[in-house]
Write a protein that binds this ligand. Sequence first.
Ligand SMILES: [Zn+2]
Length: 55
Amino acid sequence: MKYRRKNGSDTWHFCTNCSKWPTSDYVERDSKPTTGELDNECQAKENNGTCSKKQ
Ligand SMILES: [Zn+2]
């Protein structure tokens, strides 16, 4: 599963359908980030089962 953050931001996104999912100028990693924080919107989607993840 992929995690992305915008360059210069410390908030990680993991739902491709997040309104703030970075599509340019981002850093991507494929394991859970150890620094920064996870986006609230992504976590809300995860909790209600509407998070689309990129494998
Ligand atoms: Zn997000």
